[in-house]
Design a protein around this ligand. Structure first.
Ligand code: KAL
Length: 255
């Protein structure tokens, strides 16, 4: 028996086969869950739909998380097809490339608003629409974050502020939905070479520092994150909520 046998999981944020969300989808499937994928736009659909088919995920839905109408449509469809939901995964973030270099002082109002909307507010918007489906099964919500929410890293800039808002939102949401039996947690993953990391400066230096200084003296893999995602979404973690759980080779404990 898998740890997620019979559970239904909706995952936002698969962009390609290197996505953390994709490793989570594969691990969930392996543990017996049924998986649906929501994708951001048509360009991404071309990659996501074949991936979905490869794990027998029959539900793939378009969703721009900036649109309340898109979000409503996704959960209406999940309600119609599944009648409930056990697991919601939020693995979505975006900031304009211009904001991810140079001085944080240059952050623009537009760039700040965009990063906050897509990377932090969207968790609240998704959770709100998912709640009627999640309550029936004591479901759970899982978000992805990065240590740049808590400490300053070069180039992470406005995304660090957005992740700080996301982490605080995890705690406030956990309090808001706990009385309905729903849990909310985040995984703070170490540096991973995903599409989001591509073309942004400073990644190699940060990854090099982790492999030199982290207690485990290595970088993590997408599968390392997926393992923690399975645990947090399973009955094993039924008393765990409002947590930011580091999967980072222990890097965050080093001073
Ligand atoms: C300090 C680190 C080095 C990298 C710095 C910034 C990373 C920001 C993450 C953010 C999500 C990246 C973007 O939004 C890129 C975007 O401007 C252009 N890319 C895209 O549009 C692609 C096609 C799509 C798929 O990407 C998105 N986001 O939709 C942080 C490193 C060490 C850890 C990382 C990468 C953390 C993280 O938050 O991803």
């Amino acid at each position: 028996m898998g740890l997620l046998e019979g559970k239904k999981a909706l995952i936002f944020g698969v962009a390609n086969e290197k996505s953390i969300a994709w490793a989570i989808a594969e691990a969930f499937k392996k543990e017996g869950a049924e998986v649906a994928l929501a994708y951001a736009n048509e360009a991404i659909a071309k990659r996501v739909i074949p991936l979905a088919e490869s794990i027998g995920a029959t539900i793939t839905l378009p969703c721009d998380v900036r649109s309340d109408d898109d979000i409503k449509a996704v959960f209406a469809e999940i309600g119609k097809k599944w009648g409930g939901l056990d697991i919601l995964v939020h693995s979505v973030a975006f900031a304009n490339k211009d904001e991810l270099k140079g001085s944080f002082l240059s952050t623009t109002r537009e760039g700040f608003t965009m990063a906050m909307d897509i990377s932090a507010y969207s968790l609240i918007a998704l959770a709100k629409e998912a709640m009627p489906l999640l309550t029936a099964s004591n479901g759970n919500v899982l978000a992805l974050t990065y240590y740049g929410a808590q400490k300053v890293f070069p180039n992470y800039n406005v995304m660090g502020v957005a992740k700080a808002a996301l982490e605080a939102s995890v705690r406030y949401l956990a309090e808001a939905v706990g009385q309905d039996g729903v849990r909310v947690n985040a995984i703070s993953a170490g540096p991973l070479r995903t599409l989001a990391a591509a073309g942004v400066g400073g990644f190699n230096q940060i990854a090099g520092h982790v492999s030199a200084k982290a207690p485990l003296r290595r970088n993590i893999t997408q599968e390392d994150v997926a393992g923690a995602a399975v645990y947090l979404s399973s009955e094993l973690a039924k008393a765990v909520t409002g947590e930011i759980h580091f999967v980072d080779s222990g890097y965050n404990i080093i001073g």
